[in-house]
Design a protein around this ligand. Structure first.
Ligand SMILES: [Cu+2]
Length: 222
């Protein structure tokens, strides 16, 4: 009886903690060469969900504030260039946030980033999107060699999804988690132990850890 109660309390607590992770929708190229919104606030565990729109090809990759329109030197993510025939693409690119430091992102299609196609997660007073975009105007656009750090696949069922499944997490390693040119979607096995500056992480591992702790406590109580 006592054990059951403890488990119920822990389970409720776990569900509450999972429900707090939110999915943040960002539209890509819906209104010209821009991300909408182009400035968002995110907590660790939240998922950035990029929705691509016709007619132009677009991409999203993480950059560094100091080198606009160039890939982040460590960690990050890249969707690859996504072409959308009409309307909104059925696939979205999802990235799990693992840091509250500013995360700048931009489109790698030639000309787009210098034209202002960039955005920021958790901007600071020292690192603003306005400054990044101003410095982007004369920047050379560089793209990572291949997609990595997120998953390209069907959108989550809800914009307030509580899912933090392994398929939605991302690895900072410079490989395409899904394998193959189609970016696989849900094949992305992630690795733990990401470096501190990585923007993406493994909330599923955290979930398993919490679950393990619950079981451990239950065993102690038995
Ligand atoms: Cu673009």
């Amino acid at each position: 009886m006592q054990l059951f109660t403890l488990q119920a309390v822990l389970a409720t607590s776990l569900l509450t903690s999972m429900a707090s992770a939110k999915t943040i929708r960002i539209d890509v190229g819906q209104t010209g060469l821009s991300f909408t919104p182009d400035s968002v606030t995110a907590a660790k565990g939240d998922v950035l969900e990029y929705h691509f729109h016709a007619p132009l090809p677009h991409s999203v990759t993480m950059g560094d504030f100091s080198t606009p329109c160039n890939p982040a030197k460590t960690g990050g993510f890249y969707s690859g260039v996504v072409q959308t025939a009409s309307g909104e693409n059925t696939n979205v690119f999802s990235v799990t946030v693992n840091s509250t430091d500013p995360i700048f992102f931009y489109c790698t299609v030639p000309g787009h980033c210098p034209a202002g196609m960039s955005g920021v997660v958790n901007p600071s007073s020292a690192q603003t999107l306005a400054t990044y975009q101003k410095n982007s105007q004369s920047a050379n656009v560089v793209a990572p060699p291949a997609a990595f750090g997120g998953t390209l696949g069907p959108a989550s069922a809800s914009t307030s999804s509580t899912s933090t499944s392994a398929g939605a997490t991302a690895s900072p390693s410079p490989t395409n988690g899904g394998g193959g040119g189609a970016y696989g979607g849900f094949g992305g096995g992630s690795t733990g132990g990401n470096s501190g500056s990585a923007a993406v992480g493994v909330s599923f591992v955290h979930f398993v850890g919490v679950l393990g702790a619950m079981v451990g406590v239950a065993v102690l109580m038995a």
